[in-house]
Write a protein that binds this ligand. Sequence first.
Ligand code: DQA
Length: 146
Amino acid sequence: MDLLLLNGPNLNRLGKREPDVYGHETLADIEKRIRLLCSDHEVGLSCFQSNHEGALIDRIHQAADEGTKGIVFNPGAYTHTSIALRDAIASVEIPVVEVHLSNIHKRESFRQNSMLAPVCIGQISGLGSDGYELAARALLTKIGRN
Ligand code: DQA
């Protein structure tokens, strides 16, 4: 039984990228933390990051084919633009939690809308890297592994 931690564009730069907005932890730090949490609950974790919309869509389809039980997804800037990612999420039966390190609702107006939130089971925004952990915990509960 597996969860997927999926990260979109520019999140490979975490730690170096605008640390006042996104914090000092690297993506590797976050992936390690979520992998440990999942292993405590005897659940596997796959991690994937891409700067390319199509690669993220392919990974979501792959997750469905592999029987992945839930996805923690920070879509980065694609959150605000991508009908294709929204359709990819809607095309699979996997529960997806949308995560943002920053609070998108108190930033620029172009960040305040999510194309993806309506097809996700929930959204966590503004809690920094804790948001990834809270999302993973919610999915663990949903699949009966809390
Ligand atoms: C982000 C918020 C997005 O608006 C931005 O484009 C990102 C990161 C966040 O985690 O706060 O790349 O998803």
